[in-house]
Ligand binder design. Sequence first.
Ligand code: ARG
Length: 282
Amino acid sequence: MSSALRSAKPLRVGTARRYLMCPPRYFTVSYTINPWMDPSEPVDTARAVAQWTALAGTYRALGHTVEVIDPEPGLPDMVFAANAATMIDGVVLGARFRNVERAAEAAHYRRWFVAHGAPDMVMSSAVNEGAGDLIWTGRLLLAGTGFRTEPAAHSEAQELLEVPVISLRLVDPYYYHLDTCLLVLDDSPCAPLIAYYPAAFSPGSRRVLARLFPNAVIAGPADAACLGLNGVSDGRSVVLPSEAVDLGRALAVRGFEPVFVNVSELRRAGGGPKCCTLELRA
Ligand code: ARG
């Protein structure tokens, strides 16, 4: 083989996705349920709406479908649609939020799913913050615990969704949901690939990740600190917060195309692109 062929980047092929999103019309930071949230800092709701609109436009420009659920006044975190449910192969497991401030979101999202083809949707009986903590790799469901989702929800997810679940323990309160420190880049069942920030995990969980994903992209503290791992990949294009430049470079080396978006206002609540995006897998 010629050296040019040997060093060729893998050819990445993206697939069209369907996402559910909720515009941040009532977005603010009025309570603290993670260390990013400081209610004494002013929030610019119009700027959050503009950033969210640009994010939705980015997905559409990449060829994806964006479904939109109406936000509810008094539920400022409803913009973080990832937490509402987990959907794999058309089966939907609904959320049960840890904090009373977000509890009512579950019923609003449930209504949306029931009206949009998932009348049999099951609601979790344990605390379960949806795809924020339950991340599908195409082969395994990686399941975070430690801050929000309870281990009991992991086994419930395995029973209902009929996929193997790997429990992972989160240890840093800044990375309170699994999708703040782990990103699935390629969800093809034959060759799943992830990026993650090891320091956010317990020593045992770190070793499990190293064993399962020896080729993973390892993110550093600067990428983690801008919530850079809160990205959304279609297998080729990876939508990332604009500050995640090192991660973007590492992904480009692996043949992915980083697509940067500004989510500075949404980050005040501890969220990024992935938090705003719930993948609907029919
Ligand atoms: N303020 C929200 C919370 O603490 C942010 C949720 C971010 N969502 C996510 N999927 N990480 O619940």
